[in-house]
Ligand binder design. Structure first.
Ligand SMILES: NC(=O)c1ccc[n+]([C@@H]2O[C@H](COP(=O)([O-])OP(=O)(O)OC[C@H]3O[C@@H](n4cnc5c(N)ncnc54)[C@H](O)[C@@H]3O)[C@@H](O)[C@H]2O)c1
Ligand SMILES: [Zn+2]
Length: 367
């Protein structure tokens, strides 16, 4: 992989205004970037969660004020439990009270929860206003802030209510990762490994070679890997913006991952659940002869190196099977599963049997 990362990418999807992803070392060029997309003289609402607001809201507010005519904030309690229509409703109320009109902007400052929720509010308020992603978690910087999937959970169903709504800008300040808790860094790595395993075996190996630098959040390493993931995501969403085809490959590890996440009541991080789902999917790939035994065990054991789980307890195989059925990744009653045909090549399949799934889930059970 190139040592110096590209620090600006433009995402072009049909029917949408192209937008830039820019990688920065601080928030200091935020006002200039916001100005560049037309925020000058507009009302801006910074949407954030309680953790991220404590750390970065004041600074981001100061830069935003250099551009917007009025800058307000909306902060909600951190965590997946807040990713609901009730929080969106409170945000609508804040926007109405402040007189936000169709030309005003939301700025999503935070992890994937903030980005998904603010994006959904932006998609629906006044039938759609513009928004900017300022992702602060590794997961959001490499994945959720790009591609325009927005939404909230409903009755414990993940991302059940949502819309495609592209951001106008993705502003990534890489060094904010320094304050990210270790378990949340690991969660981001869960999604990171997904990119390599599904699309690029060399990148997967690169991530393993740079395990220590990733653990230390070394700026140069993080910038390289974020740029690489954003480039992969750009390529995929440009080809398939509304997930009619290959974009679904990004759901590698998510079928069983989402089921565990839900049954564990969101007490395990999203990336940790994806990492477990990845091992299960790799297990089926191995059993089918797509991967050899060494490859399967390497995939599994890499989780340990990155602080991710390889087993769980407290939930039954039956409950997981049942939960995968109610997940959205169904195709005419058939579960759409993503398997690895080989390292670096994921493929959608619809013929995974219940027995295969049961065996894979059993291999993860610690009780
Ligand atoms: N839209 C998409 O394409 C897409 C893709 C993947 C995941 N997602 C969604 O993203 C969500 C998960 O995102 P997440 O893992 O970022 O969770 P999150 O937003 O809950 O953030 C994780 C935790 O880290 C804290 N945090 C974030 N940045 C920080 C920083 N720089 N310093 C200190 N603390 C920080 C947050 O306050 C939170 O407590 C899930 O809801 C998932 O469904 C969406
Ligand atoms: Zn995910």
């Amino acid at each position: 992989m190139a040592k110096t990362a590209v620090n600006r990418l433009t995402v072009k999807t049909e029917g949408n205004t192209p937008y830039d992803i820019c990688l920065k070392n601080s928030f200091s060029s935020l006002a200039q970037e916001l100005d560049g997309i037309g925020c000058g003289g507009r009302r801006l609402c910074i949407v954030s969660d309680s953790n991220v607001a404590d750390l970065y809201l004041k600074e981001v507010m100061e830069y935003a004020k250099k551009c917007g005519k009025e800058v307000i904030s909306f902060v909600f309690p951190a965590g997946e439990q807040s990713k609901t229509l009730a929080t969106v409703q409170q945000l609508y109320e804040t926007l109405i009270q402040a007189g936000f009109d169709r030309k005003d902007y939301l700025l999503a400052l935070g992890g994937g929860v903030v980005g998904d929720l603010a994006g959904y509010a932006a998609a629906t308020y006044l039938r759609g206003i513009r928004f900017v992603q300022i992702p602060t978690s590794l997961l959001a910087q490499i994945d959720s802030s790009v591609g325009g999937k927005t939404g909230v959970d409903f009755d414990q169903y993940k991302n059940m209510v949502g819309a495609f709504h592209q951001p106008s800008l993705v502003y990534i300040n890489v060094p904010v990762l320094k304050t990210l808790p270790d378990d949340q860094l690991a969660s981001g790595v869960g999604e990171l490994l997904k990119y390599g395993l599904s699309f690029d075996a060399d990148f997967y190996e690169w991530c393993i070679e740079h395990m220590e630098e990733i653990d230390e959040r070394d700026s140069e390493t993080m910038t390289c890997l974020i740029a690489k993931c954003c480039a992969l995501k750009k390529y995929i969403v440009e080809k398939d913006p509304t997930e009619k085809g290959d974009r679904a490959l990004l759901n590698f590890g998510h079928t069983i991952g989402h089921a565990i996440e839900k049954l564990k009541d969101f007490t395990l991080s999203h990336g940790a659940c994806v990492a477990l789902g990845t091992v299960a999917a790799a297990y089926i790939s191995w059993q089918r002869g797509y991967l050899d035994e060494d490859e399967f065990y390497e995939i599994r054991d890499m989780n340990v190196g990155f602080g991710l789980p390889i087993s769980f307890d407290g939930i039954s195989v039956d409950d997981i099977i049942e939960a995968t059925r109610s997940d959205k990744k169904m195709d005419a009653g058939q579960i759409r599963f993503i398997l690895l045909k080989k390292l670096g090549k994921a493929q959608i399949v619809t013929d995974v049997t219940e027995t295969e799934m049961r065996e894979a889930i059993k291999s993860l059970k610690a009780d």
